[in-house]
Design a protein around this ligand. Structure first.
Ligand code: ADP
Ligand code: XUL
Length: 558
């Protein structure tokens, strides 16, 4: 990288269009964070009436959507705020972003003309109100497509076959099943759609004023892409909907440039006309970049709206559980991931019911209850869960005579409710026991070298203490918990360098002369727990996985 340097006064901008908010991180050419900004959907855009950024449709089981134009208006507000801040938008050399994964946007026939002729005198939202054939985008929380999942799996030869082709079996939230549902239930709407974007490529399209490609990493979250060849899979396309390839456009690597910023942003917000828009990608893949996960023994645990566990792998084996995506900053490598739908919103729900609506009380309860919770195990699903696929419901068990050494002679009984402090511990331990059990089953390294925690709840070190005890490793955090927008800013920088160099360069080259950069600065938050406790938790993991299998057999998929 010696021959291409980042210009000294250049800035790099990363967005994160997530479930509850649009966030931004600005880096200088030393990769230090110089500004951050947030637009919160519920409170900054109350006229859409979302709760936690979404609509839960009471009339259709499992349908969860967000109004597409709300994401556009959030960009209007974000750019207005940034341009009024101390950030000189004219100095931004490149911009990229993260999108909540799997969510899809349906552009109405003729909308490319709107994109390419934006009027800088008007807000974006006023110009895009009529651009979408589907006004409410299905998002990752939706689980209304079980029928379509089974149809797609059957058409390609089974769930494992689909996983071997695309990196995952069919999942309700994945874009392919969502597209199939629209094609089947609203054929005229499907016909009236000229382009289907992911949230990531949608936001990139706004910035370049033309349809941006879907990047190969986020594209793996659709059940449509051949993960090895990084091309659309003919079998998966055929199983999903007719004429789909034309509506999806091309795929591009995450480090590629989607285009130059559209004249609209130059005129309205004083961006430099040479500012590059680097392909946007999914929030989890960009977090991988933001946390600089580059060793197979490192795991990331993201505690955001969803909870995710991810790491890297050079040769992962597609299975029925877990997901495989191309690594957005390594041309050959992959990332592997587990995803839970019941993350922060379920923690908030239990906090509100049992801990006086306060994180302080919640933490106090966690501190005053013993590790292993006296054998009290809980399963808390405020929303239909993904891992395991279980419907809404809370399930509680007490493992009597539990010494932590063996499961012989223990008796298990179902109970209605625990005392409030035990509820809090059962919720937190339950999630981390499940993560450990499923990570082991998926072949992720346990105990990991270390865990890097991110997402909103990673600010809570009491919660992280429990993570350290259960996984038996040190827990690190980064300077800011929004690693998805930080990762996007780093990927903007990486994409800029690749562009200047005329081809892919390893992201490690970008850090060589910046050993002190804050973005890399993970710090130890909690040291590894007592090894004896770690092995006691191993016994509890076994018990939990056993109960979980029984629950799945009894209650089935959502
Ligand atoms: P997103 O997935 O939308 O990017 P974030 O990563 O921003 O979500 O996380 C937001 C969540 O962080 C909130 O829903 C909130 O419950 C959680 N959170 C924030 N502070 C704390 C805390 N101190 N303890 C536990 N959870 C917290
Ligand atoms: C990943 C997933 C969620 C969303 C959250 O598969 O569904 O983590 O990306 O934004």
């Amino acid at each position: 990288m010696a021959d291409v340097k980042l210009p000294e006064d250049a800035l790099f901008l990363g967005f994160d269009s997530s479930t509850q908010s649009l966030k931004a991180t600005v880096l200088d050419s030393n990769l230090n964070i110089v500004a951050t900004q947030l637009v919160h959907f519920d409170s900054d855009l109350p006229h859409y009436g979302t709760k936690d950024g979404v609509y839960r449709d009471p009339s259709v089981n499992g349908r969860i959507v967000s109004p597409t134009v709300m994401w556009v208006e959030a960009l209007d507000i974000m750019l207005a705020r940034l341009s009024k801040s101390s950030v000189d938008l004219g100095k931004i050399a490149a911009v990229s972003g993260s999108g909540q994964q799997h969510g899809s946007v349906y552009w109405k026939n003729g909308s490319s003309a709107i994109l390419s002729s934006l009027d800088p005198a008007k807000r974006l939202v006023d110009q895009f109100v009529n651009a979408f054939s589907v006004k409410e985008s299905p998002i990752w929380m939706d689980c209304s497509t079980t029928t379509e999942c089974r149809e797609i799996e059957e058409a390609v030869g089974g769930a494992l076959e689909l996983s071997q082709i695309t990196g995952s079996r069919a999942h309700e939230r994945y874009t392919g099943p969502q597209i199939r549902k629209i094609h089947k239930s609203q054929p005229a709407v499907y016909e009236n759609t000229e382009r289907i974007s992911l949230v990531s490529s949608f936001m990139a399209s706004l910035l370049v004023g033309a349809y941006a490609c879907i990047d190969e990493t986020d594209g793996a979250g659709m059940n449509l892409m051949d993960i090895e060849r990084r091309e659309w899979s003919e079998a998966a396309l055929k199983a999903t909907a007719p004429g789909l390839q034309n509506k999806l456009g091309k795929l591009a690597p995450a480090y590629a440039v989607a285009g130059q910023i559209a004249p609209y942003f130059v005129q309205r917000f004083k961006f430099n006309k040479n500012c590059l828009v680097v392909q946007w990608s999914g929030d989890n893949p960009n977090s991988l970049a933001g946390l600089s996960i580059s060793k197979p023994g490192d795991l990331a645990v993201s505690l955001g709206t969803s909870d995710t566990v991810f790491g890297i792998s050079s040769n992962p084996k597609p299975q029925l559980e877990g997901h495989i995506f191309p690594n957005p900053v390594d041309k050959e490598g992959y990332m592997v991931m587990l995803v839970y739908k019941n993350g922060s919103l379920t923690r908030e729900d239990v906090r509100n019911r049992y801990a006086e609506k306060s994180w302080e009380t919640f933490n106090k309860y966690l501190q005053q209850t013993p590790p292993l919770n006296g054998g009290k195990i809980g399963f808390y699903y405020k929303d239909h869960e993904i891992l395991p696929p279980l419907p809404v419901g809370f399930h509680r068990y007490v493992i009597e005579n539990f010494t932590g050494k063996t499961l012989e002679s223990v008796k298990e009984s179902e109970v209605h409710e625990f005392d409030p402090p035990s509820e809090v511990r059962a919720l937190i331990e339950g999630q981390f026991l499940s993560m450990r059990g499923h990570a082991e089953r998926f072949g992720m390294p346990t105990p990991p070298n270390r865990i890097i925690a991110t997402g909103g709840a990673s600010a809570n070190t009491t919660i992280l203490g429990s993570l350290a005890s259960i996984f038996g490793c040190d827990i690190y955090t980064v300077q800011r918990p929004d690693s998805a927008s930080l990762g996007a800013a780093l990927r903007a920088t990486h994409g800029w360098l690749c562009h200047k160099k005329g081809g892919f360069v390893p992201i490690s080259d970008m850090y060589m002369d910046k050993p002190d950069s804050i973005s890399l600065g993970c710090k130890l938050a909690v040291a590894a727990g007592d090894p004896e406790l770690v092995s006691k938790y191993a016994v509890l993991v076994k018990k939990r996985m056993e109960i979980e299998s029984r629950l799945v057999q009894k209650l089935g998929r959502c």
